[in-house]
Design a protein around this ligand. Structure first.
Ligand code: ZOZ
Ligand code: NAD
Length: 708
């Protein structure tokens, strides 16, 4: 038998243990090992029942995602490889008790459902999360699950992909018993209890499937919900089709239909992109010159300076992770406003069911508002979130340098300023780092961690580790203006404004990008975050603009008129009292007038050009960032864009998307834009180089670590 699967005995109960760390994925060798064990159990007269369990931290977390590339290209046997094993298990005359701890996800749950009984440790999770990888269950999950839990729940689990806790799964009929205490001993006892009973086969249970008439509205509602909540994604719709097949076909035909849909999804660009994202989210934690063994600094108490939009959210983030927070403001009214905002945010989380009142009460106790630096001397880390301005930041850091204990991390939430210059205000630049949260800080998952020239490796390692603890995805970036995300966002927004100035309507620009999959169009985003923010930054850096090079003007002109976006009731759009947007004919007329004055020719611009202009502006700047070493890998840029800027995950991020289109094609288009629109579109040297070499961003690996 393969060494990935062991067969032992406890008296008359056989124990099959899967040992394929870290997550017991169904890698090559595991299904074969299980099959051999089941065969031996069948032949062994001294065995009355069996338990199948995962060694280590979990049951089977799914198929081996690393194998999917081979599977999609036909270099490996398809899902059908698993189906015969599951039938073999189900047809075994001796009952097999699937014993779940950790996670039974994807192929893991499919394996469990082929068993005759399922028991679980409290808190274990089960689910069919395949849609999150752009595929659907491929080993009869869509056929067995509705037979256990009914059509409505099966559709929800397969189409949305969210896990279910064992306690709830027991109520739904997936789990037969929750076992407190020693899981294996309890499972063996359970196996003895049921050994004499006939072994029930999930595939023969039709009672929960209902009639096509009963199910039709469930499928219709699920499809409607997918179109809204998982806009643009094909796998959730395929998952619904597959569950529907379970209600209309025999089990065998349903499995064939599931296979067909599974392969379609597996071969799609969407699943390749989502699998890239799955591994990318884990890869960004790996920093070549800051290895896993790098010592870290314990962070049990944090101080935040500034209780404005960002500081308040940051305080909540730490409190939510159980870390005590001192929150300092410069005056009482600002402090009161900050605390009131925090309370309001928490209250709305309770209302929406995200948190319980008890959780919120406990978190609020962890946040201590203050106007003094008292207590800062004990903080393990300080996050500064005062107004954006170098002089103020340097003053604050000089104060922190005097007050904070040696070894405390001094972090700035600046979105544009030079971390090295901020660090120069202290006597300990190795402890200074950027922690760039995104607004709203308590919701957005992205944390750009900005490495200064002197930032020490333990400080970087601590912030990377801390990001996970506070529920963020930390991405290490270098210290350049705008860091990675905002540096790329500049050209993206510039193009969206140029397009409006060239004759496209505001709504048409946003619609094209929203149909491409962006969570919101760029102009609507501007209105939401405040057009004045970019306006101020542009004014500050105006001296760097080259004379004679076209600059976007319409956004700034709107600001000059007091149209800052949602907060002033008008920006690119106008807003009613419920902040509902509608196109504003006044804006259209003004922009036409400004364009005429500036001599900008007007034309109809098709949606694909709108998308190319905006998205390739991201890609071209991303290529520069990569080449200059401000991002470690192309995937780091992708993860930033997915988690901080609403780029559609099923396109894998801007750099992956460009690879998918083909860099030669992207480069040619950028060259077209360069000819038509001038200097802004100078192709990034790395884009040209990779296009000429038929390379990809994903394949480009810098020889040295990040952070020029
Ligand atoms: O890792 C978390 C997780 O959610 N994993 C993915 C679970 C999932 O999506 N399962 C469904 C897979 S698709 C499937 O099963 C299709 C299907 O229906 C079968 C079709 C039949 C096809 C036929 C094939 C013959 C989990 C919650 C499990 C653990 O989270 P943690 O935070 O504790 O740990 P991570 O995420 O850092 O993971 C540790 C290391 O394990 C790697 N990994 C995780 N799941 C994997 C996997 N590698 C391969 N396959 C998986 N399913 C993960 O990349 C990480 O690796 P390192 O190198 O970064 O440490
Ligand atoms: P804000 O104006 O909402 O809040 C700043 C707060 O700092 C104010 O309440 C002010 O009273 C307080 N403050 C000023 N000087 C202080 C001092 N010496 N001591 C204590 N408190 C002081 O600003 P914000 O939007 O929260 O931005 C804060 C920082 O975060 C800036 O560096 C900004 O660039 C950055 N940032 C903002 C966003 C965003 O979307 N708003 C996103 C990422 C990063």
């Amino acid at each position: 038998m393969s060494d990935l699967v062991q067969l032992t005995k406890d008296g008359d109960v056989a124990i099959i243990t899967i040992n394929n760390p870290p997550v017991n994925a169904l890698s090559p060798g595991v299904p074969q090992g299980i099959s051999e064990a089941v065969e031996q159990i069948g032949k062994d007269d001294s065995v009355r029942a069996a338990v199948l369990i995962g060694g280590g931290r979990t049951f089977v977390a799914g198929a081996d995602i690393k194998e999917f590339g081979k599977l999609a290209s036909g270099r490996s046997p398809r899902g059908a490889g698993l189906l015969p094993l599951l039938l073999q298990i189900e047809d075994c005359r001796k009952p097999i008790v699937m014993t779940i701890h950790g996670t039974a996800f994807g192929g893991g749950l499919e394996l469990a459902m082929a068993g005759h009984y399922r028991v679980a440790a409290p808190g274990a999770l089960v689910g069919q999360p395949e849609v999150k990888l752009g595929i659907i269950p491929g080993a009869a999950g869509t056929q067995r699950l509705p037979r256990l839990v009914g059509v409505a729940k099966a559709v929800e689990m397969c189409a949305e992909g969210n896990p279910v806790r064992a306690e709830d799964a027991a109520k739904l009929g997936i789990i037969d018993r929750i076992i407190e205490g020693d899981l294996l001993a309890g499972a063996v006892r359970f196996a003895r209890e049921i050994a004499a009973r006939p072994a029930p086969k999930t595939r023969e249970r039709a009672g929960n499937l209902g009639t096509p008439e009963q199910s039709a509205p469930i499928f219709a509602a699920a499809r409607e919900s997918v179109r809204k909540k998982q806009r643009g994604m094909m796998a959730p719709l395929a998952a619904i089709d597959a569950v529907e097949a379970a209600t209309k076909m025999s089990f065998e035909d349903g499995c064939l239909e599931e296979q067909r849909l599974f392969i379609d999804c597996l071969q799609s660009d969407q699943s390749k992109a989502l699998i890239h994202v799955f591994f990318g989210e884990r890869e960004v934690a790996k920093i070549p010159d800051v290895p896993k063994e790098t010592p870290t600094i314990p962070v049990n108490s944090v101080a935040v300076i500034g209780a404005g939009t960002m500081g308040g959210g940051i305080a909540m983030v730490f409190a939510n992770a159980g870390i005590t927070v001192l929150l300092k403001e410069s005056d009482q009214p600002a402090l009161d406003r900050g605390m009131a905002n925090i309370q309001k945010n928490y209250a709305s989380s309770v209302k929406r069911g995200r948190f319980t009142q008890q959780f919120v009460d406990e978190r609020l106790k962890l946040i201590r508002p203050t106007l003094q630096y008292d207590g800062f001397e004990k903080a393990d880390m300080v996050v500064e979130a005062v107004f954006e301005g170098m002089a103020l930041k340097k003053q604050v850091f000089a104060e922190l340098d005097r007050i904070c204990k040696p070894g405390a991390i001094l972090a700035s939430n600046t979105s544009t300023l030079d971390i090295d210059e901020i660090a120069s205000a202290t006597s300990r630049p190795e402890f200074v780092i950027g922690t760039h949260f995104f607004s709203p800080a308590n919701i957005m998952r992205l944390l750009e961690i900005v490495r200064g020239k002197k930032t020490s490796k333990p400080v970087i390692a601590t912030c990377m580790q801390l990001s996970k603890k506070i529920g963020k995805i930390g991405v290490l970036v270098g210290n350049c203006r705008g860091f990675v995300g905002n540096r790329m966002f500049g050209p993206y927004v510039r193009e969206s404004v140029f397009l409006v100035e060239e004759g496209t309507s505001v709504a048409a620009v946003d619609k094209a990008l929203s149909e491409f999959g962006m969570a919101m169009g760029p102009l609507a985003v501007g209105d939401l975050s405040g057009l004045d923010v970019g306006w101020r930054v542009r004014k500050e850096y105006r001296h760097l603009e080259k004379p004679g090079v076209r600059q976007a003007m319409a956004g700034d002109r709107l600001c000059e008129m007091g149209r800052y976006g949602q907060k002033t009731g008008a920006g690119w759009y106008k807003y009613d009292e419920n902040r509902r947007a509608s196109p504003d004919p006044e804006v259209a007329a003004l922009v036409r007038q400004w364009a005429a004055e500036a001599g900008i020719p007007q034309r109809q611009i098709p949606a694909d050009e709108i998308v190319d202009r905006c998205v390739y502006a991201l890609v071209n700047e991303g290529a520069r960032i990569l080449e200059e070493g401000y991002a470690l890998r192309a995937v780091d840029i992708d993860i930033i864009y997915l988690n901080g800027y609403g780029f559609p995950a099923y396109r894998g991020g801007p750099m992956w998307f460009a690879d998918t289109v083909g860099l030669k094609k992207v480069y040619d288009r950028v060259c077209d834009f360069h000819r038509q629109h001038g200097e802004h579109w100078e192709p990034a040297p790395l884009l040209r180089q990779l296009a000429e070499q038929s390379g990809t961003f994903a394949g480009f690996n810098r020889e040295h670590g990040a952070t020029a």
